[in-house]
Structures are given as C-alpha cells and as structure tokens.
Design a protein around this ligand. Structure first.
Ligand SMILES: Nc1ncnc2c1ncn2[C@@H]1O[C@H](COP(=O)(O)OP(=O)(O)O)[C@@H](O)[C@H]1O
Ligand SMILES: N[C@@H](CCOP(=O)(O)O)C(=O)O
Length: 321
C-alpha cells in the first residue's frame, strides 16, 4: 500500500461515526504497498484497516472484493473481514474516494521466505482456491493475456528509458504468449497477487492472507506461478528450486495438478512474469506527484521472465518430469 489521498480529521470523524467500532484512538497512514491508500485505525474497541480505493481499482468491482473477503472468511480463510456501517453498507466514501473498513490481522510478512514458509504458502493457496470454488460472483482478470498488450502500449514509447531494448523484448515475448497461452485449464477464484507482503506469519506459522484487490477468475495454476515468481527467487534473482519444490508440494498436498497444468507451468510462469513486468514498468514511468510510494523494479521481473524462457520442463521447478 501507500498513501495517495490525505484524510482530514473532520472527514475521518464523520466517516467512523457511522460505524459501531468505538472511539478513535489513533490513525496513521501505512507506507507499505502500491495500489490503494491504507491507514491503521485504532479505536477503543480494536484495530482496523481503513482503505481508500485508488487508480487501478474499478469502483464497480468493489462489491466483488468485499463479497469475496466475506465469503472466504466464512469458509475459514483468515483474511480481512469487511466491517459494516450501521446502515449495513460495507462500502462508503471518504475524501472523495470509495472507502471500506476491514478487520486487522495479527502477524508479520517475511522479507526472505524460507522453506517452511513456501510449503505453508502452497497449502494456503490450495485452501484459498477450494474456499473460493463456490463464490458465485465472477470477475474477469483484467491483467491476464488480453490485458497485457494494451498495458504495454501505455509504456512502450518510454520502455527503453528503463533498459535499452526493453520494448522490443516485451513485444516479442507478448507475441509468443499470445500464440501459445492455454485455452482451457482448471479455473476459479484466484488471489493473483499473493506476494510475501500479502501473507502474514505468527512465528513460523502462516496466520493470514491480505490484499484481495487483484482477485479474479482465472486459471488456478496461474496463481501458483505468481507465487513461484514472488517467493522462489533469491535476492540475487537466482531461482531456488528447493523452495519451488516445497511450494508446489504444499499446493499438491491439497490439490494435485492435472497433467495439462503441469505441462503449462513454464508458459504460465512466463505470463505471470510478464504481468508484473508490465504493471511495474507502467508504475515506474508514472509515479503520481506527491504520493508516498516506492515503485517496484520492473527489471526484476524481466530477469524472472528470462529464467522461465530457458525452462524446458517441470524438473526446473523441482517436480518429477
Ligand atoms: N487486514 C489487515 N491487517 C493488518 N495489516 C494490514 C491489513 N491490510 C493491510 N495491512 C497492512 O497494510 C499494508 C498494505 O496493504 P495492502 O492491502 O497490501 O495494500 P495495497 O493493496 O495498496 O498494496 C500491508 O503490507 C499491511 O502492513
Ligand atoms: N505485488 C505487486 C505490486 C502490488 O503491490 P501490493 O502491495 O498490493 O502487493 C508487485 O510486486 O509488483
């Protein structure tokens, strides 16, 4: 998260007066993150997260995210639960933005995941997929194959400022992905951004999942390779096959991958790397003036993409070919 929108004291007081959450004790912006403005709200009753939804979140889709968190929480997933105002509404407006209050989850994210973290992540991801299976609302993934080229076109003329030759390299890879992307694999509700900063641990035990604002319907295995990219490369961008094996084994302990999914993993992983390369590239070139946000490095994902381009089979991910 980040803070893009300031919230005035009087506006905040008026907003929380509509909720039964006690008296305000403290309120501060949270510097982590990228997408929305998040604030830690402490009241005499408990701690909460107040989110103001920003640029990439389409207001019409907010009921999907709010409904999904409610649904998953009801299925035993430890995720933020939307808090309803006295009117029953989980969504309001604050400082000109759509806004919601959700429950605060205890736990901390790990900066450098170790094997037990990866293994538990795999289990939690499969549990999330199972819990989402009967969620009735559908949200198309705006950041899957059909969305990548339009997103690229918004950065293409400046991409080489970030790295010479980048525009041509992305263009060529997009062409290959467009030709080869799978048409049918097991699909359902995916998190789509389950990076280490969105997974909480208490001690070494996975305690909760946050940040469902990219959640959508897509291939389940695509969610797994998003995690593979985010959790299984070391800081020097060497791929850690042991972590990959632990992550995938954790996932398969709950839901074995189908032969079609296994075969598609390298291509899905390239697509997942492309997705984050493109969103990071756009954000890198378009930092809003005055925003408290640190854009993430797009080139990290170019290097992850190049790794997967060299993969010839699932053995590279620690799986038995
Ligand atoms: N429900 C929650 N409980 C505890 N902390 C949270 C919760 N939601 C968000 N946070 C904190 O706020 C930060 C940013 O939240 P996140 O949802 O990742 O924002 P964004 O969608 O803008 O990236 C997280 O890294 C975490 O520290
Ligand atoms: N995980 C994405 C950026 C989205 O930020 P988050 O704070 O919502 O996880 C990336 O690393 O590019």
């Amino acid at each position: 998260m980040a803070v893009y929108t300031d919230v005035g004291d009087e506006d905040l007081a008026a907003f929380i007066a509509d909720y039964d959450i006690g008296e305000l004790v403290s309120f501060k912006g949270i510097a982590e993150g990228v997408e929305n403005s998040n604030f830690l709200l402490r009241t005499t009753a408990a701690s909460f997260i107040l989110t103001l939804y920003e640029k990439r979140v389409n207001e019409a889709e907010l009921p999907f995210f709010i409904g999904l968190m409610q649904h998953l929480a009801g299925r035993g997933i430890n995720c933020p639960t939307p808090v309803r105002a006295r009117s029953g509404a989980a969504l309001g407006r604050l400082a000109g933005r759509p806004a919601a209050i959700v429950t605060f989850l205890d736990g901390v994210s790990v900066r450098r995941p170790r094997l037990p973290h990866c293994a538990q992540l795999g289990v939690a991801l499969a549990d999330l997929h199972a819990a989402g299976a009967d969620f009735a609302v559908h949200r198309t993934n705006a950041l899957s194959l059909p969305g990548w080229r339009p997103l690229f076109e918004r950065s293409a003329d400046r991409a080489d400022e970030v790295q010479p030759g980048l525009a041509a390299e992305i263009d060529a890879e997009l062409g290959r992905l467009e030709a080869e992307w799978p048409k049918a694999l097991p699909a359902g509700v995916i998190h789509a951004d389950l990076f280490p900063d969105n997974v909480f641990f208490l001690g070494d035990d996975l305690s909760g999942l946050i940040d469902f604002y990219f959640a959508c319907n897509d291939f389940l295995a695509y969610d797994l390779v998003i995690c593979l990219n985010a959790w299984c490369f070391e800081t020097d961008l060497q791929f850690n096959v042991t972590k990959a094996r632990a992550l995938i084994a954790g996932y398969e302990s709950r839901r074995p991958l189908t032969p079609g999914e296994r075969a598609a993993l390298p291509l899905l992983a390239r697509g997942a790397a492309m997705r984050f390369l493109l969103s990071r590239l756009y954000d890198w070139l378009n930092v809003p003036p005055g925003a408290l946000v640190t854009p993430k490095d797009p080139i990290e994902y170019l290097r992850k993409l190049r790794f997967h381009q060299r993969v010839t089979g699932v053995g590279a991910y620690g799986m038995t070919p």
